[in-house]
Design a protein around this ligand. Structure first.
Ligand code: ZN
Length: 64
């Protein structure tokens, strides 16, 4: 996907981030397999207005 322009403010400063909690990092677990190995979640967001462009699981193959 080559869409690296913010749809809200037309900014081009798209940054990558990770979902964090107060302690540690937010992870994605497969439904009904909450004890299996989770994957971290990353985001891409606009560095200008803060609009979040996308969420994605870093290692979807790990989620089974
Ligand atoms: Zn923006």
């Amino acid at each position: 996907m080559e869409n690296h322009i913010c749809p809200k403010c037309k900014g081009e400063e798209i940054k990558k981030g990770v979902m964090g909690a107060t302690v540690g990092q937010v992870h994605m677990y497969p439904e009904n397999k909450l004890r299996s190995k989770p994957s971290t979640i990353s985001t891409e967001y606009c560095g200008n207005c803060g609009y979040i462009m996308s969420f994605y699981v870093d290692n979807p193959e790990d989620l089974g």
